[in-house]
Structures are given as C-alpha cells and as structure tokens.
Design a protein around this ligand. Structure first.
Ligand code: PLP
Length: 431
C-alpha cells in the first residue's frame, strides 16, 4: 500500500532527536541511509513492520538477513519467553549449549564441533585465529567484494573498487596479512597460494556483492589448492547458512570447507554466531590451547532462539526452502517486468531467497560488474519502494522468509510497478 508522506515526517522528526545524542542517529551506519528517511519500527508481526503512525511495510530487509522465520515466529518467541522465565544466567554453562551444538553438527555438512559467539564478525575473528593456530602461519587470502564483518584484520576490499581498509580509523597494519584476489579467480589463487598462508576465506555464494553463484569449478579448485598447500578453507556462511538450504551453500554446492562461519539466520533475529568444523580443524579450541573468550558467548536467550529456529527449519526444510525459492522467483520476475515496463536500466539477480536489484546496468553476471552499477540510484529506487510500503535493504538486497505470504508477494509485485513508475517520473524531473 502507498504510504502517507506524513509517515516520513515522523521518521525525520525522530531522526533529528536521535542525532542529538546517538551518533549518526542509528546503531549501525547503513541503517541511517534509508530513503526517504529511516523508518522507526514501532512493532512488527510476521513479515510486516509497523511505524509509530501505524503504517505497514512488507519487510524484505529481514533484519539484514536473520529473520528467516519473520518477526514473530511462535516457536522462537515461545522459546525465548520460556528461557527468560528461567532467569538470565548469562555466562553460565547451560544444557542449551550442547543441544545447539548437536543441532548444528547434525545439519551443517562440515560440522563435527562448534563454538559459539555473539555475531558473525566475532565468529570470523575466531575462525581466522583457529587457522593461524592450526597452521602456525599468518597470511590470509580474501576476495574482493566479499564481506566478513568489521574487524580491522579482514575489513578490506569489501567492494570490487578498492582494496584498502573498509573505513576510517582502521589500523592499516592490521590488513597487512591479507592477499586480495578477484572472487572466482582460481588461476590467481594458484599463483599466490603458498605454504605461508593460514587460510583462504570466502563467501561460497556471494550474496553481499550482489547475489552471485561461484564460477563453475571455482570452489572445487579452491578446495584442491588449499589442501595441497596445507591452508585452511573457511566458508563464510553468515548469510547463506540456514538460508540457501538447511546445510547452507556447502550443502547446495557439495564442497566441504575445513571451517564454516555461521550467524544471522541461525539465531532467527537474536545475536549469535558460530564457527564449526571437523574435529581436527577445531582442535585448537577443543584442546583449550586457543583461548575462546566472550562474556555473551552462548547466552541462553540467543541459544534458545537458535535451537527453536534450527529445529523448525530442519523439520520443515523439504517444503520451506523450495517455497522461499518460488516466492523469490515471483519477485524476480515482477521486478524485471516493472523495470522493463518503465524503461529503467536495471539488473535483477537472485539466488534462492536472496534477491539483488542494481540500477544502471542491464545485467550483472559477475561480481566484477558491480563496479558499473549505480548504487546511489539503487538506493533512491529502494526509497521509492518504501513509499509504496515495501522495505528492502537500501543497497538493493531483499530476503524472502517463511513468514511472507502469497498475498505479500502479489502486493510487492504491484508495489514494484508503482515504484518504477514514480521513480522514472521523478528521475526525469530531477535529470
Ligand atoms: C558474509 C558475512 N560475514 C560476516 C558478517 C558479519 O556479521 P555480523 O554483522 O553479525 O557481525 C556479515 C554481515 O553482514 C556477512 O554478511
């Protein structure tokens, strides 16, 4: 449904207030860039977010990925309430930890042991540390356009257009151990990978860059080369874990890493991350020689949410994942048709339940093409969609979840058409 413009005046008034005491007015910088103004989520239900003035948005931002079961999955909400009734017990040993570890090891192909953290960023940090501890080496291969969280040692080359640190204030020395290559460049990897390298880390399916499948044979070749040189292969499945399939991209693509990093969807919206791997790969942590620290690691509330979420996904996987694919496929066709009908040059990429739109180029077959995309225009189109009652991540990414209904999808396809029409008109005036 088109949103009353007054809804955004409320959002602007809130933002002015927040900016006085909250840096950038938000708790994570990208949230502050939503156009026409960052909406204030007063409450949410299923796949819908409501602002303080009661406007309803169909939500595909999905908490930047975690909300695979929507905002109010009964199994997760009940598990969290039940857990709270038993007292907070932060930093205690509790039986949920082993139960969740058993579930992860039963569902993620590469997992025989796992360790819990509170975010994907922290989990990446632990995985890199495990690789260094296990190999006694320091160098890491990272690929352009893959994102692995905001730690200084890996927060570089987040886009294909610059290899430097990802933001102001990073210690430039912290990235010195990185060798940066183009994602998909198996030949380049064969040339640089040596016995100095502790690990090769990558998103096996590049959702962050713009939803790309790995080139044919790439992951197999990375697997072969890392084995040959004794480096660990780390799959960053923070997005793809429990989203592309129950067993993540590794299940879908049939390549098994030494270590996997998961987060987001595993927690159904509560903060959690994990590193999982074979008994051998996890030995530095399992033996206690590598200190794995963190006050909030394995906190009972996040663990309870995660147990409920993974149990639900496991029990419903045969129906749930194909259902997400089907709904996202309808959105893909709807977005493509809306752009075509209004003469807007845009690429639409989709992998499973993740959908990327990028304005400014007619197709975006590889990660390298993202250098030619117009992400400012994409952000403005996301704003046009928001005004039609559909929330996506501003840079053009949408996640379909199990709480979306056919009605939501049909309404969204109509919203694409209206947003494309207004976007085209407004850009013409502005141009
Ligand atoms: C692939 C990938 N790895 C790691 C992270 C970092 O996770 P978190 O934001 O939970 O720290 C993200 C976050 O978007 C991600 O997409």
């Amino acid at each position: 449904m088109p949103i009353d413009p007054a809804a955004f005046s409320h959002a602007r008034i809130y933002r002015e207030r927040a900016l006085k005491t909250l840096s950038y007015g938000v708790s994570s910088t990208p949230r502050g860039n939503q156009l026409p103004a960052p909406i204030v989520a007063a409450r949410a239900e299923e796949a819908h977010v409501y602002d303080a003035t009661g406007n309803r948005f169909i939500d595909y931002a999905a908490g930047y990925g975690p909300l695979i079961l929507g905002h109010t999955p009964a199994c997760v909400v009940d598990a969290v309430k039940n857990e709270l009734d038993r007292g907070l017990r932060t930093a205690s040993v509790h039986a949920g930890e082993a139960e969740l570890a058993e579930l992860v090891c039963a569902t993620l192909p590469s997992a025989e042991k796992c360790a819990f953290l509170s975010s994907g960023t922290e989990a990446v940090q632990l995985a890199l540390r495990i690789a260094r501890a296990a190999t006694g080496r320091t160098r890491i291969v990272k690929f352009r356009g893959n994102y692995h969280g905001w730690m200084d040692s890996i927060h570089a080359a987040n886009s294909v257009t610059g290899d430097g640190p990802g933001t102001l204030g990073q210690d430039p020395d912290a990235c010195r151990a990185l060798t940066i290559l183009d994602w998909g460049d198996a030949k380049g990897l064969a040339e640089v990978l040596s016995t100095e390298f502790a690990a090769v880390i990558l998103e096996p399916v590049a959702i962050n860059g713009g939803c790309f499948m790995p080139p044919d044979g790439f992951l197999q070749e990375v697997r072969r080369l890392t084995r040959e040189k004794g480096a660990m292969l780390i799959f960053d499945e923070v997005i793809t874990g429990y989203r592309l399939a129950l067993g993540g991209a590794q299940e879908r693509l049939g390549v098994t890493p030494d270590l996997s990093v998961i987060g987001k969807a595993m927690g159904s919206g509560l903060p959690i991350g994990a590193v999982a791997g074979s008994d051998e790969a996890m030995e530095p942590v399992s033996s206690g020689k590598l200190f794995h620290r963190g006050t909030f690691n394995g906190n009972p509330v996040s663990v309870a949410a995660s147990i409920a979420c993974i149990t639900y996904l496991r029990d419903n996987a045969p129906r749930l994942y194909p259902g997400l694919d089907t709904m996202a496929g309808t959105l893909e066709r709807g977005a493509t048709a809306a752009f075509a009908a209004h003469g807007i040059t845009a690429a639409v990429n989709r992998i499973g339940s993740a959908l990327q739109i990028a304005l400014g180029l007619p197709a975006m077959p590889s990660l390298a093409d993202t250098a030619r995309a117009d992400f400012a225009a994409t952000q403005r189109f996301s704003g046009a969609l928001l005004r039609q009652g559909v929330q996506i991540i501003g840079r053009g990414l949408s996640y379909v979840g199990a709480a979306h209904t056919e009605q939501d999808i049909a309404e969204t396809v109509e919203a694409y058409a209206r947003a494309a029409e207004t976007f085209r008109r407004e850009e013409r005036v502005a141009g």
